[in-house]
Design a protein around this ligand. Structure first.
Ligand code: NAD
Length: 494
């Protein structure tokens, strides 16, 4: 992969994007299109179908008939596995094209997108392709005159609503296990990151996925997302996004057919640095990358830095140095460490958090301003604020942007108390050379994932999910499969 390969793709015209329903590309029922604005330059990149509730009903109906006639669920597992592997092959073959299109759409720096998007999506699809013929039923221990079997069945129609920060990676976390288990899916990509995911859906059909098994409707969350959530014919809804939308989805389920709803929501993840960390220099660099890559638009971002008081000033100086060495720039330049913020609204929100943190007593020690405004794109210097008290807005609310709040602590007990002092519980890290303390902290900090002497990087073999208001389900690993199956008991009198 080199810069000239990327540059050859950066200005290619992007044709208007339509829905994919029943294996065909179709326009919105009223023909409406919406602008797709690139955060790289603030210009219209292309247009895409602005779906209606009727479009969503059509897609759900297509998914339902595909499921009921068994064109996918009824295929032998080996045949489904072959299609999924072929799909992963196509994603890998088009990896650069998908990554560049995705970056033009959502602004992630290309170095990160190349690692986290198509490659990871293909790996996830392969993982579940390989898993699908290893999901067995069970026979329960019963009296001799009974045979009790536990079947694992697909749920039927899955609705999947995806956010904009890593559309291919997160899309695959849902699509991989849902399709592997034989379900049909209706996908709703995010308004500001639909293009590469829609391309991935098209590739599934090229790979031989039967029409109607995977349908995708673009448009506004409040319109097509709501129609998906309120449908009487969707069995399971899986979602990654904000808590605000997550709450709505639970309401939609309650108001419709009580569909199962799995939520992967936000976080305010603590990165806890003890004075006895094995390598404070390395910890500072990883801490900066752990909040600032993808302009902080990472659900597990280490957005709260808790530092033991005795090393606070020296450590913060190292983090500032590391942050200032991360180049904010053209997202399609391989040397860029921090790309664009996804939208103008998100940028304004980020800047607002910086202002509010200062008003609440925080000290801005680095960055925090909009930059490169002349490009028309949405760029921001990574911001570091110290003296952030545990109850400050910046310590409590998710920014989902390149804004780091630093809080000092004196003791291990205080670190735990601060770490657990938010409504969230997605991820966290502890840096220490003390083995016992590392294990104590892993147990004591309430999160779905704890890192020790690193931040991020957990691969597809382990679950990702939150506790508290960070969500209620898991993506990745074999555990994710549970969301996409029903258990059925067969109690047979012999
Ligand atoms: P969002 O909730 O605004 O949007 C997510 C998706 O929901 C989009 O596809 C959107 O169109 C759709 N949507 C919006 N309103 C809807 C409605 N009324 N009904 C149905 N669907 C609707 O979130 P976002 O801004 O796109 O994503 C950022 C959030 O996602 C952050 O809070 C972040 O922490 C979280 N996130 C979590 C994880 C995780 O794994 N836990 C991963 C990535 C992002």
């Amino acid at each position: 992969m080199n810069q000239s390969d990327i540059d050859a793709l950066r200005d290619l015209p992007v044709p208007p994007q339509l829905h994919v329903i029943d294996g065909k590309t179709v326009a919105a029922s009223d023909g409406a299109l919406m602008d797709v604005i690139s955060p790289v330059d603030g210009q219209v990149l292309t247009r895409m179908a602005k779906g209606t509730a009727a479009d969503m009903q059509t897609a759900i109906a297509a998914a339902r008939s595909a499921f009921e006639d068994g064109r996918w669920a009824g295929q032998p597992p080996a045949a489904r596995k072959k299609v999924l592997h072929r799909w992963a092959d196509l994603i890998e073959a088009r990896a650069l094209e998908l990554a560049v299109l995705g970056v033009r759409d959502n602004g992630t720096e290309i170095s990160m997108a190349l690692k986290a998007e198509p490659g990871s999506a293909a790996a996830t699809i392969r993982y579940y392709a390989e898993a699908l013929d290893k999901v067995n039923g069970e026979i329960a221990p019963t009296p001799a005159d009974v045979l009790a079997m536990i079947h694992r069945e697909p749920v039927g129609v899955v609705g999947a609503i995806i956010p904009w920060n890593f559309p291919l990676m997160i899309g695959a976390w849902k699509l991989g296990p849902a399709l592997a288990m034989g379900n049909s899916v209706v996908l709703k990509p995010a308004e500001t990151a639909s293009l590469s995911l829609m391309r991935m859906v098209e590739l599934a059909h090229e790979a031989g996925l039967p029409p109607g098994v995977l349908n995708a409707v673009t448009g506004e969350g409040a319109v097509v997302g709501e129609a998906l959530g309120l449908s009487m014919d969707v069995d399971v809804l899986v979602f990654t996004g904000s808590g605000r939308t997550g709450r709505r989805l639970l309401e939609y389920a309650a108001r419709s057919n009580l569909k199962r709803v799995y939520l992967e929501l936000g976080g305010k993840s603590p990165n806890i640095i003890f004075a006895d960390a094995p390598d404070l220099g390395a910890a500072a660099k990883v801490a900066a990358a752990g909040i600032f890559r993808n302009a902080g638009q990472v659900c597990v971002a280490g957005s709260r830095l808790l530092v033991e008081a005795s090393i606070h000033d020296a450590f913060v100086a190292e983090v500032v140095k590391a942050a200032q060495a991360m180049r904010v720039g053209d997202p399609l330049d391989l040397a860029t460490a921090i790309g664009a913020v996804n939208s103008e609204g998100q940028l304004e929100q980020n800047l607002g958090f910086v202002e509010q943190a200062r008003a609440e007593g925080g000290t801005l020690v680095s960055g925090g301003a909009r930059v490169m405004q002349e490009t028309g794109g949405y760029f921001m210097e990574p911001a570091i604020l110290t003296d952030v008290t545990p109850d400050a807005t910046l310590a409590q609310k998710e920014v989902f942007g390149p804004v780091l709040g630093v809080t000092r602590f004196e003791t291990e007990a205080e670190a735990v108390q601060i770490a657990n002092g938010t409504a969230y519980g997605l991820a966290g890290a502890v840096w220490t050379s003390n083995l016992s303390r590392a294990h104590r902290m892993v147990r004591a900090v309430r999160t779905g994932v704890m890192h020790v002497n690193t931040y991020g990087g957990a691969d597809g073999t382990v679950p990702l999910g939150g506790v508290g208001q960070s969500g209620n389900g898991h993506d990745k690993s074999l555990h994710a499969i549970d969301k996409y199956i029903n258990l059925k008991t067969a109690w047979i009198k012999l």
